[in-house]
Ligand binder design. Structure first.
Ligand SMILES: [Zn+2]
Length: 374
């Protein structure tokens, strides 16, 4: 059955455009050059382009305009306010990011840079989830997809990292909690990279359950081990599911069947949020998923949201760096959110990730059972 899908997008998010290599850039310190040389061993510095680029969004937007999905409804996001961001980030971090308005530069010895319009883009990216949750709460729809950049899940309370300035999905979850009174929110981060920032932010909190499936450390950012399950009151409310590179659709279906769904049924969230990166797509050359897998995962998550939380489901774009993969995957995901049936799903004859996911499910079985006793 066809459902409304609220799609949040603002072209000002394209204004975040850190430059590629330019010998005139004084802010490119020797440390930044060394970092890029290390991460792109086959590319010379001169050919380096910032991978988190505007085309990541335009390829999706153009595709959805060219092949409209029945049920799609375009919406404009708000810019997250200082008070909304401060639910997640320190005053010092917010002041630092604000100080970058109008400037260019690298933020750390990592993969994060800004251009003059980046901070406005980041406020919109962080505001999109708030707008989506407000609209769903008001009954304008039940499913939303936030087409945002910069992404958010590597940003922690006090620093930017991995292309992320503000943690968009954490800002959304905190808004649901603090402003709308949701008592239990669940996040599944299916981006290929571990959402270290999201983990840091909610690590000691029991009212936001996080399941994070990702390529196992030491793959970037090097965190997300099985034993990292939370601390203090949040112990048992963080479930990492690391898998090897090369994992495909079947491994991610197992993550859903063996960890996400049982954990959700035990936790009983009132809202489900997805950190929807598409970098597990085989065109990104590290894992082996494809768009049929993302569509089928989405269909499963929709069924779960229907079962547990009156269909309330918000997806937020995280990573994914191949334009074709982003276009195909986001379009298939939005179609699935609108209730279009998935007929064909590609599955590898041997999926290297399945054994690791089964091991993670065994590791977390007791923790998941305990969620039901909350
Ligand atoms: Zn990623």
């Amino acid at each position: 059955m066809e459902k409304t899908v609220l799609i949040y997008y603002d072209a000002r998010m394209l204004g975040h455009e850190p430059s590629g290599w330019d010998t005139n850039h004084p802010e490119w310190s020797d440390a930044v050059k060394a970092m890029i040389a290390h991460q792109y061993p086959e590319a010379s510095l001169e050919s380096y382009a910032y991978p988190e680029r505007p085309e990541r969004l335009t390829t999706i937007v153009e595709r959805v305009h060219a092949e409209p999905v029945d049920g799609q409804a375009w919406r404009a996001p708000i810019q997250a306010t200082h008070a909304q961001l401060q639910r997640v980030h320190t005053v010092e971090h917010l002041a630092y990011i604000e100080s970058l308005v109008g400037g260019s530069g690298w933020l750390a010895q990592d993969t994060t840079a800004v251009s003059p319009e980046s901070v406005v883009a980041a406020r919109l990216a962080a505001g999109a989830g708030i707008s989506a949750i407000e609209a769903i709460n008001a009954g304008e729809g039940r499913h939303a997809f936030c087409l945002v950049r910069p992404p958010g899940h590597h940003a922690s309370t006090d620093h930017a990292r991995g292309f992320c300035l503000y943690n968009n999905i954490a800002v959304a979850a905190m808004h649901a909690r603090e402003s709308l009174g949701y008592r239990r929110v669940m996040i599944w981060d299916w981006d290929m990279h571990h959402g270290n920032g999201t983990q840091d932010i909610f690590y000691d909190q029991p009212d936001v359950l996080v399941v994070d499936s990702h390529c196992a450390a030491p793959f970037y950012p090097g965190t997300g081990r099985l034993a990292e399950t939370g601390t203090g009151a949040g112990l048992g409310y963080h479930l990492n599911v690391p898998y090897p590179t090369g994992s495909g659709n079947a491994a991610l279906f197992d993550v859903f069947e063996q960890v996400v769904r049982p954990a959700a049924r035990a936790f009983r969230p009132e809202l489900i949020l997805i950190s929807a990166g598409f970098d597990c797509h085989y065109l990104d050359q590290i894992c082996a998923m494809d768009e049929t897998g993302f569509a089928a995962l989405t269909q499963r998550v929709c069924a779960l949201a229907h079962e547990l939380c009156d269909d309330r489901l918000v997806m937020m774009l995280e990573g994914g760096y191949n334009a074709q993969a982003l276009s195909d995957s986001a379009h298939a995901t939005i179609r699935a959110l609108a209730g279009h049936t998935i007929t064909e799903v590609n599955v590898l004859p041997e999926d290297e990730g399945r054994a690791a996911v089964a091991e993670a499910a065994r590791f977390h079985a007791g923790t998941i059972a305990a969620l039901g006793g909350q």
